[in-house]
Design a binder for this molecule. Sequence first.
Ligand SMILES: Cc1ncc(COP(=O)(O)O)c(C=O)c1O
Length: 395
Amino acid sequence: MLHGHQLRIPGPTTVPERVARASTRPMIDHRSAEFTSVLDDCRKGVQWALQTDNDVLVFPASGSGGLEAAVANLLSPGEPAVFCTAGWFGQTWADIAAAYRVDVVRVDAPWGEPLDARALDRTLGERPDITKVFLTHNETSTGVVNDLPALAEIVKGHGRLLAIDTIGGGLCQPIGVDELAADVVVSCSQKGFLAPPGLAMIAVSPAGLRATETSTCPRWYFDFAAQKACHDVGRTLSTPALSVLYALQEGLAILEEEGLEQVWARHRTAATMIRAGIEAMGLRLFAKAGYRSDTVTVVRSPFVSPDDHSAFLRDLDAEYGLALADGHDRMRGRIFRIGHLGAVVGDDAYAILARLENALEAYGITVDGEPGAALRAARLAAHRSAWSPTIAEVA
Ligand SMILES: Cc1ncc(COP(=O)(O)O)c(C=O)c1O
């Protein structure tokens, strides 16, 4: 393939060359001062990215490991806890809690819609026995970004502990952990942080740490108190994923050079361009307007048959150099998901739209307007945006 392949699934994301090089640095003694400095940089960088002074604990795990850690440290078997779900990942967190024998009280929203703050308010009003709420920031399975300030206000208004999965969105879109007064916030290395998979980074408030003292779910590898005690002396509980820490350190350095507001603006612009292009093609967005994520765009499939849909996604990758993700569970074969997070600039939006339009045309799917309508709509969206896609670059 002569053209550069576009990996545009919603994580893992493309790793910039600077980060890839950093990840090949030699192994070092993980009980040395040199290691402590790498770990400190990563923990401080994540605090910066999530806008928090809370302790950041780093575990060798994927994001799901971080979700499991939150359950295992905050909850006890038989304890009722609210899990807000509006898609596959919210459901996953509730399933993890059920596996730990937690009494899961769900506040569900239909897939494609945001979490309902009023329903959450009602449930918390009716259940004073519930002390903790778990919810997803960016529901990567549906392309919805939830209204965190409104949800956090409800949770905090009821005086409950708040745990947030920001794996699919944190950093790329404003989160402001301290402003939300969120107690446990789970992120991971392979999404917006420009690094490969392998690390779950979890910000834990003093109240979150206190809650672990009474929680009786079994845990060892993921024990917050034990990991914090190690981090406090510059170490980790078990052998750290050194190469991924090197990568995260470098990814954070790149992002800090760019500046957080510019990171948000870059994602907002790419997302706006892609959404405009998709709609200009006559395709339909899955997520409710007003709640569309800046990290993933979910599109209803133009194919009637799920088999044709899957064949199209395979060809799009192999022949056109664009890897997109299928839907989860009951949405498999009915939607496709475009990841535009991490190393993404406006030029990538053009590449994504052009390849998609070409492939759809080859498949006989009539797109609205003249050929190139998607690119023109994207250009217009970029023009209206504060950030110019032709000059900004991720190193
Ligand atoms: C919102 C959300 N939560 C949880 C996960 C699971 O993370 P991982 O696949 O790293 O375990 C993902 C992964 O896409 C996600 O987007």
